[in-house]
Design a protein around this ligand. Sequence first.
Ligand SMILES: [Zn+2]
Length: 245
Amino acid sequence: MRMPLRVARRTVLAATVATVLGLSAGRRVAPASAETAPMTPAEAFRRLLEGNNRFVAGQPPLAVRTPARRTELAQRQAPFAAVLTCADSRVAPEILFDQGLGDLYVVRTAGVVADPVTIGSLEFAIEIFALPLVVVLGHERCDAVLAAIEALQHGSLPAGQIGAVIEALRPAVQLARLRAQLAALRVPPDTEPDLPEAAVRAQVAGVVERLRRAGPVIAPRLQRDQLRVVGLRYDLETGGVEIVA
Ligand SMILES: [Zn+2]
């Protein structure tokens, strides 16, 4: 039987987690400061986009990463959004959204792969911090997606657990390939499809859809407009993001 987190928190395991997070049992974390007070989904999304605009424009970061902020956060955290993104070294959410220490709850996997542990990590943050926003952030020229396209083309999976990443990306690659084949059948045919780009977008859209259908933690919050799940695509050249799902 599923146990609400507030009840589960009384268990030894959850008590350990609560200790790590600076929570006492049964008490919801308080905002660390006015800056991280609870927001609506729209407010949280606007804050991210404003930060990204500053990053794109090359403006000096407003993100707070001072020793004082570090000390303030040492006992409690109150992020205002979660970001699931690729492990790619060029796609660091705190930098490209110009956010500070303690602002974002970040989960990163190669290719923005979302397995049960990934989704559980996001649900954990949504439940504990009452997050109003989850962003799924893909990016152009994703090496994991490129590797998946090549591996699936040749029918050979890489060694070790890399194959698990490739397998997780298989549906997005297959969907992108199918769309490319359909585009080629049109008269006149569409311009040469960009398979990696289409696969990245399919992966983001697929993960967003999976999260929206994930079950009892996410779905009720979406229905009550307490949470939004948004899929974005990051442009490596401009530093900008666009909504894809
Ligand atoms: Zn990537």
